[in-house]
Design a protein around this ligand. Structure first.
Ligand SMILES: *[C@@H]1O[C@H](CO)[C@@H](O)[C@H](O)[C@H]1NC(C)=O
Ligand SMILES: *[C@@H]1O[C@H](CO)[C@@H](O)[C@H](O)[C@H]1NC(C)=O
Ligand SMILES: *[C@@H]1O[C@H](CO)[C@@H](O)[C@H](O)[C@H]1NC(C)=O
Ligand SMILES: *[C@@H]1O[C@H](CO)[C@@H](O)[C@H](O)[C@H]1NC(C)=O
Ligand SMILES: *[C@@H]1O[C@H](CO)[C@@H](O)[C@H](O)[C@H]1NC(C)=O
Ligand SMILES: *[C@@H]1O[C@H](CO)[C@@H](O)[C@H](O)[C@H]1NC(C)=O
Ligand SMILES: *[C@@H]1O[C@H](CO)[C@@H](O)[C@H](O)[C@H]1NC(C)=O
Ligand SMILES: *[C@@H]1O[C@H](CO)[C@@H](O)[C@H](O)[C@H]1NC(C)=O
Ligand SMILES: *[C@@H]1O[C@H](CO)[C@@H](O)[C@H](O)[C@H]1NC(C)=O
Ligand SMILES: *[C@@H]1O[C@H](CO)[C@@H](O)[C@H](O)[C@H]1NC(C)=O
Ligand SMILES: *[C@@H]1O[C@H](CO)[C@@H](O)[C@H](O)[C@H]1NC(C)=O
Length: 811
């Protein structure tokens, strides 16, 4: 009852009529109750074939025009792969078109041999390094190509990270749309430079794992799982549909669609639609999101592929803009797409729609040059049988892997220069996360590391995807965490664990190393210069996290700290990890969030601990003092919406720091925060409008290009500031620019620049503000508009360390 009233109150606050339930107290059992909540937008637009797509589009039209209806339909559906591809499309043998291999995922090619495990999305986010992001993506995607993969199923910008406990937040870069958008742009440029199609995902509003898929009873679940909450009764008779993300239009544009616009602007040739519903229509059938937002407003040229099993209707998904059904057309489009042919023949869908699906798929293939010399698929189905060793690794990737791992680390506490180490004589090493997992090997026909559960040896990966949705726990107790779980899991060529790298260093530098990875209260040799404690925070696709800190790890830290006056904590965290249980302990002198560094984890940590390189990462999310400081809980089936779980995004754009700033909540570590081994001074902010920039309220008339109206990318203003390294070591600084768009959040990130500065030297950081960066979405006008008036602007080292301020006046 209470929550029902809250629902109505919140709804009227945002005046969103759809948020109000009607049949008080009685379970709604019929989906028709929700009809009309997501508007109908028909027809699904045909691929525009503009600008850089002209040639590929023309070639696709030519090839597709030779295909029969059945052949066109055949390439829109998946077939059971005879290889290790996550999915393969149908082929057109008559015309020699061999189809596409699609494979996971955004941090490396999953579940195979001879590939590298790159730093995960969260580490890319905390590096704030665009150039490195581009290089990582290029090197990673080159491995996909060498293995014959056409479509890389990533990167992730949805979930954005609305829910602190979200199981997949670590796959994305940041819960700030601007940071996420900047980094997804460079990631897609990198992937596609390597000749691989990127399928940016999950479109859209896929912000929690729980109830992401429909559940017909507790004994079964949809592909990919995402189950009922444990509080629900067993053996329900009616299907519980996927959770519905109810998102108003302004929030959609300013938050969740924003990074997808950057992805499309970068030329992403594919988008993956998501499992859950939006305004009670399934993501892969949603005419408003796919036909209107993606294919009209953003001018998307490529194809929409369903997440695996996310298709729940035949005609509706075709009309709703879905172009490819994975892993198969199943009941809806037919196993060879023949139902689609039927739909066309009996007039249920226009033939042009089917032709457009095929054209979009084939155009993407041409656009990436995959018609010329594309390597054959060399991903075997099983690895315990004889197979050709195809090395996809390039030695030139080594510095990219290491640098990515290093720059994803964020130093948050460093009392009296505890770090970097100065010629220690004795280091004591503790915590289950310091050592490599006991097994990186085949455990059955597949790899043990198939789904990134290396640090959870006793957990059966499938349990995260199917009932009873066992939660693997908050930590990976069996070894160092380099990646989260699920389809974003990686296949490391090796793992440099902290222990391994410290052993090497002990040999080279001649210090003594003691270690204990199992005791929760180890004895401490009082001659130790430092006690290092490595812990982790695990998260996986399929289930959301149970908490943001765990007592087991906190106990180890507190026990070591009680016996060691110089205790340093390093956390490998797949998402937000709270530290308030121990952060003020006087013996805890330094703390580093190491995130998910990939296979060069230990090597990276040691280079930072010993000061070979200065830390340069910054938080890409807010670390609160308490769980209760985060405003968005996981939505559960409740009240009359038991069979149709509702998730009302009533907080609007106020997630993470936008909410902390609005409510003036003091975080433990704010968005954008991170320390290093030197100090920087900021000076000389200059902000100005670009001469002759059109600052009219409405965006100048201009064509729709990939990503939206072209004039949204016009540069309206620029800013510069000067940074001086006032300390005594070389280090990189991420200077950040925040703007208050009148009427919007207190401040929003709208620029960042990472520069390396030697001691005593200065560098000028530069920011470019586009029309879209300074606009907000006007729902009535259905347009981005510039506010006329004063825009306060700040530049500094975090969202709360803002020594420089200025103003832009737009008139
Ligand atoms: C969802 O409903 C809200 C409120 O009516 C509307 O602003 C928004 O455009 C709708 N979005 C979709 C995708 O249906
Ligand atoms: C559809 O694709 C399958 C799988 O590649 C292929 O065996 C079949 O011949 C194709 N059908 C047509 C009509 O081309
Ligand atoms: C659910 O149904 C199964 C099979 O009918 C039965 O074995 C099980 O005991 C039931 N569980 C509950 C909690 O009723
Ligand atoms: C698809 O075709 C199969 C076989 O002809 C049929 O049983 C099924 O009902 C069709 N599905 C839809 C959604 O029309
Ligand atoms: C066309 O065929 C499909 C699949 O058999 C069926 O569901 C649909 O109702 C038919 N439509 C018409 C207009 O006959
Ligand atoms: C490979 O492993 C699977 C079990 O996971 C087994 O069924 C199969 O026989 C094995 N093949 C060989 C050649 O060992
Ligand atoms: C993994 O860690 C758990 C918890 O500490 C432990 O019970 C289990 O035995 C470990 N498994 C292996 C294979 O070491
Ligand atoms: C700090 O460590 C020392 C051991 O070096 C210990 O004696 C002291 O009690 C610790 N302080 C706290 C607050 O636990
Ligand atoms: C959060 O606040 C609750 C209630 O005040 C308290 O019980 C809990 O210990 C706090 N958690 C942390 C991590 O400080
Ligand atoms: C809705 O149905 C569920 C499952 O049968 C039941 O547990 C719940 O109490 C029902 N809710 C209402 C409001 O009737
Ligand atoms: C700026 O754009 C607006 C809106 O399209 C247009 O009316 C106006 O003429 C433009 N101003 C200049 C100076 O081009």
């Amino acid at each position: 009852m209470v929550s029902f009233i809250a629902r109505v109150t919140a709804a009227s606050y945002l005046s969103l009529s759809i948020f109000a339930g009607t049949s008080f107290g009685q379970n709604i059992t019929d989906d028709s109750h929700f009809y009309g909540q997501s508007p109908s937008v028909l027809p699904s637009p045909e691929a525009p074939g503009t600008l850089s797509w002209q040639t590929a589009h023309a070639k696709a039209v030519a090839l597709v025009s030779q295909m029969t209806l059945a052949e066109r339909a055949n390439i829109t559906v998946g077939y059971t792969p005879s290889t290790g591809c996550s999915g393969v499309t149908g082929t057109v043998p008559r015309l020699g078109w061999e189809g596409l291999c699609l494979a996971d995922a955004g941090q490396g090619l999953r579940a195979t041999d001879f590939v590298n495990a790159y730093p995960a999305g969260i580490s890319v986010g905390t590096s704030w390094n665009k150039a490195l992001t581009l290089q990582r993506a290029t090197h990673m995607a080159a491995e996909f190509k060498r293995k014959g993969v056409h479509v890389l199923l990533g990167p992730v910008v949805g979930p954005l990270g609305r829910v602190a406990l979200g199981g997949r937040n670590w796959e994305g870069f940041s819960n700030d749309p601007y940071l996420s958008g900047s980094l997804v742009h460079d990631t897609i440029k990198g992937i596609q430079n390597a000749g691989v199609i990127s399928s940016v995902k999950h479109f859209i509003g896929n912000e929690q794992e729980e109830n992401r898929n429909p559940i017909t009873s507790t004994a079964s679940g949809g592909i990919g799982g995402g189950g009922l909450s444990s509080s629900n009764p067993a053996n329900i008779s009616q299907t519980v549909e996927s959770v519905s993300s109810n998102i108003d239009d302004k929030t959609m544009h300013e938050l969740y669609l924003w990074p997808f616009a950057d992805a499309v602007h970068a030329g992403s040739a594919s988008v993956m639609c998501s499992y859950q519903r939006i305004n009670n229509t399934y993501g892969c059938h949603n005419q408003k999101t796919q036909n209107d937002l993606l294919k009209t407003e953003l001018g998307f040229e490529g194809f929409v592929v369903s997440d695996w099993g996310a298709q729940h209707a035949g005609i509706a998904s075709a009309e709703g803009g879905l172009d490819m059904a994975m892993p198969n057309g199943g009941f809806f489009w037919g196993k060879d797409g023949s139902n689609l042919t039927t739909f066309v023949k009996n007039g249920s869908i226009p033939e042009a729609r089917l032709t457009d699906m095929a054209t979009r798929i084939v155009a993407a293939w041409y656009q990436l040059g995959q018609d010329r010399d594309f390597p054959p698929v060399s991903l075997p189905l099983q690895y315990n049988v004889s197979h050709k060793a195809v090395n996809a690794r390039d030695p030139a990737s080594k510095p990219i892997l290491l640098q990515g791992a290093i720059e994803g680390h964020v130093l948050v506490k460093n009392v009296n220069k505890a770090l970097p180490f100065k010629k220690p004589k004795l280091l004591s090493l503790f915590g289950y996360d310091a050592v490599a997992p006991p097994r990186v090997n085949l455990v059955d026909a597949n790899f043990n590391y198939k789904f990134g559960f290396l640090s959870n040896t006793d957990f059966f990966w499938r349990d995260a995807f199917a009932p009873p949705f066992t939660n693997p726990g908050q930590i990976g107790p069996n070894g160092t965490l380099i990646v989260g779980g699920g389809s974003g899991g990686t296949a490391p060529a090796y793992i440099s664990a902290p222990f391994d790298a410290l052993q090497e260093r002990a040999y080279a530098d001649g210090f003594q190393l003691l270690w204990d990875f199992h005791s929760t209260a180890p004895l401490v040799d009082q001659a130790s210069d430092t006690c290092l404690v490595f812990i982790n925070a695990f998260a996986t696709e399929g289930v959301d996290r149970e908490g943001l800190h765990d007592d087991y790890s906190d106990d180890i830290i507190l026990n070591v700290a009680s016996a060691c006056s110089n205790t340093i904590v390093v956390i490998h965290n797949a998402g937000i990890r709270l530290v308030d249980t121990w952060i003020e302990h006087p013996n805890i002198t330094a703390v580093m969030f190491a995130h998910l560094p990939g296979q060069d984890s230990g090597r990276a940590a040691v280079s930072l601990l010993f000061g070979d390189e200065s830390p340069s990462g910054k938080m890409s999310y807010t670390v609160a003092r308490n769980e209760s400081d985060y405003n968005v809980p996981i939505a559960k089936p409740a009240d009359e919406f038991f069979f149709f779980p509702q998730d009302d995004f009533t907080e609007g754009v106020y997630i993470d720091y936008r909410d902390f700033d609005r409510k003036n909540i003091t975080p433990r570590y704010e968005f954008g925060f991170g320390l290093t081994y030197t100090t920087f001074e900021y000076s000389d902010l200059s902000v100005s409008l670009v001469q002759n920039a059109n600052t009219s309220r409405a965006a100048p008339e201009s064509p729709i290009i990939e990503g939206g109206r072209e004039s949204l990318w016009d540069v309206i203003a620029t800013a510069t500031a000067v940074i001086t390294n006032t300390g005594d070591v070389t280090a990189k600084e991420v200077a950040q620019l925040y703007v208050n768009i009148p009427g919007g959040p207190v401040r929003q990130l709208r620029g960042f620049d990472k520069v390396e500065i030697a001691p005593g030297q200065t560098e000028t950081v530069k920011f470019t503000l586009l029309r879209r960066d300074l606009s907000d979405w006007n729902v009535a006008e259905q347009a981005w508009v510039l506010q006329q008036g004063k825009y306060p602007v700040w530049v500094g080292a975090s969202s709360r360390i803002l020594p420089l301020s200025g103003e832009l006046t737009i008139s």
